[in-house]
Design a protein around this ligand. Sequence first.
Ligand SMILES: C[S@@+](CC[C@H](N)C(=O)[O-])C[C@H]1O[C@@H](n2cnc3c(N)ncnc32)[C@H](O)[C@@H]1O
Length: 496
Amino acid sequence: MTGKLYYGDNIDILRKKIRDETIDLCYIDPPFNSKRNYNQIYNNIGEEDKAQSHAFTDTWLWDSRAIAGYDEIIANDNGRFTAQLVDLIKGLRPVLGAGSLLAYLISIALRVTEIQRVLKPAGSFYLHCDPTASHYLKLVLDAVFCPHGGDFKNEIVWHYRRWTGRAKKFQELHDIVFFYTKSADYKFNALYTPYTEGSKARKEQGVLHRFKDGEEPHLVSDKSVDEKGVRENDVWQIPFIAPSAKERLGYPTQKPEALLERIIAACSNEGDVVMDAYCGCGTTVAVAQRLKRNWIGIDITYQSISVILKRLEDTFGKNILNKIITDGIPKDMKSAEALAHKKDDRLRKEFEKWAVLTYTNNRAIINEKKGGDKGIDGITYFKTGKEDNAKIIFQVKSGGVKRGDIATLRGDMAREKAALACLITLEEPTRNMIQEAKDAGQFRHKDMGRSYDVISIVTVKEIVEDGKRLDIPMSLEVLKAAQKVEDSKQMSLLGE
Ligand SMILES: C[S@@+](CC[C@H](N)C(=O)[O-])C[C@H]1O[C@@H](n2cnc3c(N)ncnc32)[C@H](O)[C@@H]1O
């Protein structure tokens, strides 16, 4: 069994690295901020409430990437796209306008076209979304799959309970998962829920059904119940991941393992290849690994890759890391420099995240805040006694390091009440910097019987070429507990 984790944009990876007809099952859950006012999305109103729509427009802009995608589909060189998809995208432009929703649909159309190509003839595809764009997405999926002999099988409703606010409408308590197959001859393992007393009684007594208009109601045997149990239907009652759930990793869009279990069990068998091209914190890959499938995960952010590596290590043991093939993660100076100098605005701070997470063996927390502490790229805690912890702050520099950086870091340490600080630098530090860091003195760790430099300087070269890692026992459990308390505080504010 193999697991392959790709770090990069899925369009590039699908096009360059995934061969035709090699995947049995693909599930995707692309980012979509549906909290944004629907009117703004549909009407593409220019004067939007920027604060409200910020997260959405951050992700889906009518920008040069969207325009290039639109042009590529319309030009349809090499006949990559179906005629129906070309007509659909062309036709949606005057309807939706050149805005966020069309940008989103184009991005999905480009990628789903590649996914259709890489699926084996008996392969299946699942797209996870919500009603904000599900109707438009279905048009895109029909246009990609059906002209090639594929078929729409189900619109699965994932129903959960959670508080969604007091808007003047019904509570929104479901997501949509579309299920398509590449051909009429596809793999499908029917799923059953074991009998309950109620379902057994229904089978034995028959159920009252009303058939056609005018036909008298009469008892029939319930066909959805057979000897294996109740046959699974297209409305899935699966709890949302609760703040206290064991599987919760703190990744905002994490999906429950139970949901992926159903998809993977229904449309693949042991040894098959399961792919998630937007794999987030790795729910699909963790379930695929547990169910003995080969898997491929792709994500564009290093945080996601880092969470997945840690999730797999925590679930399956350290050895699994030796068996996973990773691709796109800097392994030498050349690729580290390339990441540091990438101009893609979606990859903001990716180099910093990669450096901090790699140096801490995926144990640090990335600082996403934009406040006064914006100089700090990550933090972690280390044990100083049975119950005690102290903080380490990290700062990453991809160029122009100077002596003043150490003084600034000392200031940050004082403000953050950190015991240690670490500067990770792409360039070699100057002698003055090394001296200034040394002058900050040493921290005596009683439990470890060792002393650590209060300010350490680590080069990216040491990280990639010598495998240098932070060698102080970190107390992640403390962090997790803190995060869970914060989460449940938020939930209770929401009235849950
Ligand atoms: C909604 S999350 C997926 C959550 C996932 N289902 C889980 O349970 O953890 C979407 C993910 O897609 C990733 N992503 C967005 N655009 C991408 C792209 N072009 N290529 C690869 N990954 C991308 C994001 O970084 C994010 O981690």
